[in-house]
Design a protein around this ligand. Structure first.
Ligand code: DOR
Ligand code: ZN
Length: 348
């Protein structure tokens, strides 16, 4: 039985750390373990331009110790009006790593996202030309489409035509949530790869809704069926190159999570690496953890893996319940808070 594992330092290819007090409270959890993280641009206001991106990177670095080895990777929030020249400038100057496509109104702070797909073609053509990645929230937001089918419909209606029209455009299918998605990504790799959250591998919709409504399991794309969960878990733990780590850790103030219209998102960065290790261990696939967490992502992004390591041990600990920010009234509850976690990062 393996009780200790050392792997190349992992990266988080999908992370929300917000801004201000929440950035300060949440980013250190990630910087402690990961070498790099893709920071999502759905702030208020969003990261729309290269100048916004440079300013956000500075705000992120400012909450970390000056000798940190962690690198935040900044993304551009795509709108119908995004200027291809500004995107290219941001990319060439090393400010933007990628562009994020939110369909308008798909999730938290996505109102300014893409409404008219014809209008973004100029940006996609430029990205294809310069070798810049497109990260997609793959959900079709159409009131006639059932919320559980949004991912499948997006694949047919948007993703397949887009991947065909721009065959040189490298894409990340973010937080993959369905078996249909998994099968599609396998067929479209290596042009398309997928980030996988810990919670889409652990939860099904009966966990979420079957024993009382559990708002702390509510995210977008929503948690789906047991068959979907199994397909996602098998794909991620297989070590296949097109699947890699992306936590989608997304803190919200507790009042918003529990509001009449609750916010989507699970704050998992304080427990994420330990949870991935637990999942791979449960499925007897620890030998593939390094590929999933540390090698497949950089390969898809065309970046080198990190050069140092982290060590995890099978040592049980109790996850903290919450994180406070800006005083005791403001807090975000942590995914698996209060639970005993069997794996622990012991050196990073
Ligand atoms: O559940 C989610 N929360 N899904 C997203 O796509 C966005 C995220 C957030 O920003 O809270
Ligand atoms: Zn996200």
């Amino acid at each position: 039985m393996t009780t200790r594992i050392t792997i190349t330092r992992p990266d988080d290819w999908h992370l929300h750390v917000r801004d201000g007090a929440m950035l300060k409270a949440s980013l250190p959890f990630t910087a402690r373990v990961f070498g790099r993280a893709i920071l999502m641009p759905n702030l208020v206001p969003p990261v729309l331009t290269a100048a916004d991106g440079a300013a956000y990177r500075q705000r992120a670095m400012a909450v970390l110790p000056t000798d940190t080895k962690f690198t935040p990777l900044i993304t551009c929030y795509l709108t119908d009006d995004t200027d291809p020249d500004d995107v290219e400038r941001g990319f060439r100057e090393g400010i933007f790593t990628a562009v994020k496509l939110y369909p308008a109104n798909a999730t938290t702070n996505s109102a300014a996202g893409v409404a008219d797909y014809a209008k973004i073609e100029r940006v996609l053509a430029r990205m294809e030309k310069i070798g810049m990645l497109l990260l997609i929230h793959c959900e079709e937001v159409d009131p006639t489409v059932d919320v559980f089918d949004r991912e499948a419909v997006f694949i047919d209606r948007r993703l397949i035509p887009m991947a065909k029209k721009f065959p040189g455009l490298k894409i990340v299918f973010e937080h993959i949530s369905s078996k249909i998605g998994i099968d599609y990504v396998r067929s479209a790799a290596p042009q398309i790869g997928a980030s996988v959250t810990p919670y889409h591998m652990q939860l099904n919709r009966t966990d979420w809704l079957g024993w009382g409504n559990r708002p702390y399991m509510y995210c977008m794309p929503v948690i789906k069926t047991e068959q979907d969960r199994i397909a996602i878990r098998q794909a991620a733990t297989s070590g296949e190159a097109c699947f890699f780590l992306g936590t989608d850790s997304a803190p919200h103030p507790v009042a918003r999570k529990l509001g009449v219209i609750g916010s989507a998102g699970l704050f998992n960065s304080p427990v994420c690496m330990e949870t991935y290790a637990q999942i791979f261990d449960e499925d007897d696939k620890l030998e593939n953890l390094e590929k999933f967490a540390s090698l497949n992502g950089p390969k898809h992004y065309g970046l080198p893996p990190n050069s140092d390591t982290i060590t995890l041990e099978k040592t049980s600990w109790t996850a903290p319940e919450e994180v406070l920010f800006d005083g005791p009234e403001e807090r975000a509850l942590i995914y698996r808070g209060g639970e005993k976690i069997p794996w622990k990062v012991v050196s990073a």
